[in-house]
Design a protein around this ligand. Structure first.
Ligand code: COA
Length: 388
């Protein structure tokens, strides 16, 4: 029985910052951001979008009358959760009109959605008539005028995991590497992440090499068995650094193809920025929705990395008619319809906060056209609404 990703959906807020503008404002050469780091724009979430609303907005794209009643598991991977106790997945379940799923939230930095995907794989193996909804949803915040500022972003990716999937059948072999390291973290009292940028990049590459070597040893496969390799993308240069370390294993023609596929996998990230848990799947989706070179039967590699840190390299086979499961035109239209923020608007939006003293606050919704929104807070409770 094959199990894997049946459908995949994307949501990102409708405002963004141009990173050449950010570079100019920070007195940095724009080439550092667009070439050295590899980012062009980043999505900026308004107060009316959080990890719950973005998750629900992304998931609406993959739910239909055929799969709605068979969702037995709903996992939200996030590192920008809105509550220390209650799972964001329960709000999401209600906002989607789902019921009685095993609904919970997973945290392990940017690995959370992969933990969800692997759990979903096991769940569907045990319950082939049921499906799982796995979502990665995050707002990446490093702080104004910090080195990591250019690697912020916001968005969510939602996946239906099922038996006989129509998009990508996951293969059983996976390689995992984990260790207790301090490369990126966010203490409970901080709204922004702390990152040791250089160390984090080194560890990401080392963890990739460890899982790649383990995967090769387990399966006997080589780089020639892959039509594309996709990576967790906190910024698009990061995955490229990891890919380059194994490219010498390929022929020159294969290297050129893998680099072309890599560039295709970075196009959404370049415009949306880092979405933490969803970033790998955003890259995977970008590849599928931009490449004209992939065909059913192709093997794709996926490298997931969550700081702290755990990495997993796993693979899947593109299924017949996988193109029919994609909505590239809609996703490109969503990005094209976004409004560019000015620097003052960005800084105001970044600094805007909900009250934390229990007082009532109604969010100005004039600029947010998303179907699921956060209306406001009252007595420490978030008031979510489905508008459409
Ligand atoms: N033109 C072109 N490239 C330029 C340039 C210019 N004018 N100026 C600098 N660059 C290049 C640098 O050579 C470097 O490229 P390289 O890494 O290939 O050598 C790149 O731009 C970044 O420059 P660097 O000096 O390393 O940037 P920094 O010290 O300001 O760090 C980040 C910026 C974003 C890389 C760092 O803060 C970071 O890694 N943050 C996030 C880490 C993270 O999120 N980790 C956890 C998730 S995995």
């Amino acid at each position: 029985m094959q199990i894997g990703i049946d459908k995949i959906g994307l949501f990102t807020p409708n405002t963004y910052l141009d990173l050449v503008m950010l570079a100019n404002a920070r007195g940095v050469d724009p080439d550092k951001y667009t070439i050295g780091i590899g980012q062009d724009q980043m999505a900026i979430a308004p107060l009316s979008q959080d990890s719950v609303t973005m998750a629900a907005n992304a998931a609406r794209e993959v739910l239909d009358d055929d799969n709605r009643d068979s969702i037995g598991l709903l996992i939200l991977g996030t590192e920008s959760g809105i509550d220390q106790s209650k799972a964001g997945a329960l709000y999401v379940q209600r906002l989607l009109g789902l019921k009685n799923a095993r609904a919970f939230e997973i945290k392990e930095a940017c690995y959370g959605a992969t933990a969800g995907l692997m759990t979903a794989y096991d769940f569907v193996t045990a319950h082939p008539n049921q499906k799982a909804l796995v979502i990665g949803s995050d707002i990446a915040r490093y702080g104004l005028d910090t080195p990591g500022e250019v690697t912020q972003g916001a968005g969510a990716v939602a996946m239906i995991v099922s038996a006989a999937p129509h998009l990508l059948a996951l293969e059983p072999a996976t390689a995992i590497h984990s260790d207790d390291i301090q490369d990126f973290w966010r203490p409970n009292y901080s709204k922004e992440a702390f990152a040791r940028g250089k160390y984090s990049t080194e560890q990401y590459i080392e963890f990739f090499q460890a899982t790649w070597a383990d995967y090769r040893a387990q399966t006997g496969r080589t780089i020639s068995d892959f039509k594309a390799l996709t990576f967790h993308l906190p910024y698009t240069k990061m995955g490229l650094k990891a890919l380059r370390t194994i490219l010498p294993e390929a022929t020159e023609a294969e290297q050129a193809q893998l680099l072309d596929r890599y560039q295709e996998s970075t196009l959404y990230s370049r415009q949306i920025g880092n979405i933490y848990t969803g970033a790998l799947y955003l890259g995977f989706l970008s590849l599928l929705e931009h490449s004209t070179q992939l065909v059913a039967g192709d093997r794709i590699g996926l490298f997931s990395y969550g700081s702290g840190a755990i990495s997993e390299f796993f693979t899947g086979i593109l299924q017949p008619s996988f193109e029919k499961q994609l909505a590239g035109a809609d996703h490109k239209a969503m990005l094209a319809a976004r409004r560019q923020l000015t620097m003052p608007e960005y800084e105001n939006q970044f600094q805007a906060e909900l009250p934390e003293d229990g007082s009532e606050y109604e969010i100005d919704l004039a600029m947010d056209n998303a179907p699921v929104i956060l209306k406001g807070v009252k007595e420490h409770e978030r008031n979510y609404q489905v508008r459409i």
